[in-house]
Design a protein around this ligand. Structure first.
Ligand code: NAI
Length: 260
């Protein structure tokens, strides 16, 4: 993969990124910071967030850790208010935190269902609602929600996850319409990654075997490789930039052609 990256000027802007302790969220935090934004990094573990913050700072950027369980609606609301108070604004809200609890429908417990919906979908509602308040007052903002190709089409053993990610798409389209106005530069978009190399997909490799997963990727992904977190982060930087001002309510699929 080429190392040349998209660039955008987000100087003085403030971004909140959930699930920023590793994987796609960490790559997004690093890229937004490289583009000049101050980044509030959210995840449950303060220690792991400290690693992201330290990487941002080593690269000359500004970031701070905001430990929080995104499934806790009150904590999410307070966190956005705290960032707005401490840093004076919230320009970019990236709802990225997500989990899987895969199992076939007959074996799926209420807890498997509720935990995934609360973490992947209710969190998007809570963070977006709080961020939208700040953005409406400022008359500008970007909400970028990380959905999944599993939200576009079914995926065996992921009834809870697919439902949460499809919910994120419906939420994105509706909130994009609600927040769109000639007087306000607020856009709301979703990204659907396909198979991206992170801890989430490592778990799949461990369960199914690395070779089996590699063969499967070759069979179903026209570009015949898994994606990298930076390839999602680049799209986030673009959607956060002024270049994407006329794009709202859209779903950008980044999956090597898997769903084309
Ligand atoms: P990951 O498992 O590597 O990282 C998930 C992040 O979310 C971590 O920082 C984790 O601490 C955080 N998180 C999880 N539950 C949380 C909670 N209750 N409160 C606060 N933080 C929490 O996952 P990955 O692969 O980086 O995925 C990021 C997003 O991209 C997720 O929404 C995932 O569903 C989505 N996605 C990932 C794909 C992939 O192939 N890796 C494909 C399609 C979508």
């Amino acid at each position: 993969m080429a190392d040349a990256r998209i660039s955008a000027d987000l100087t003085d802007q403030v971004a909140i990124v959930t699930g920023a302790s590793r994987g796609i969220g960490k790559a997004i935090a690093l890229r937004l910071a490289e583009s000049g934004a101050k980044v509030a990094c959210v995840a449950r573990s303060a220690d792991k967030l400290a690693e992201t913050v330290s990487e941002v700072e080593s690269a000359g950027g500004v970031a701070a850790a905001y430990p929080c369980d995104v499934a806790d609606t009150d904590a999410a609301t307070k966190l956005v208010e705290q960032v707005a108070e401490e840093w004076g604004r919230v320009d970019v809200m990236v709802n990225n935190a997500g989990i899987t609890r895969d199992t076939l429908l007959p074996r799926m417990s209420d807890e498997d269902w509720d935990t995934v919906i609360a973490t992947n979908l209710r969190s998007v509602f809570a963070f977006s609602r709080a961020a939208a308040g700040v953005m409406m007052r400022a008359k500008r903002g970007r909400i970028i929600n990380i959905s999944s190709t599993s939200g576009l089409r079914g995926n065996e053993a992921q009834a809870n996850y697919s439902a949460s990610k499809a919910g994120v798409i419906g939420f994105t389209r509706t909130v994009a319409r609600e927040l769109a106005s000639k007087r306000r530069a607020i856009t709301v978009n979703a990204i659907c990654p396909g198979f991206i190399a992170t801890d989430m997909t490592d778990a799949l490799k461990k369960a199914a075997g690395e070779e089996a997963v590699t063969e499967r990727i070759k069979a179903v992904v026209p570009l015949q490789r898994e994606g990298q977190p930076q390839e999602i982060a680049d799209a986030v930087v673009f959607l956060a930039s002024d270049s994407a001002a006329y794009i709202t309510g859209q779903v950008l699929t980044i999956d090597g052609g898997m769903t084309c």
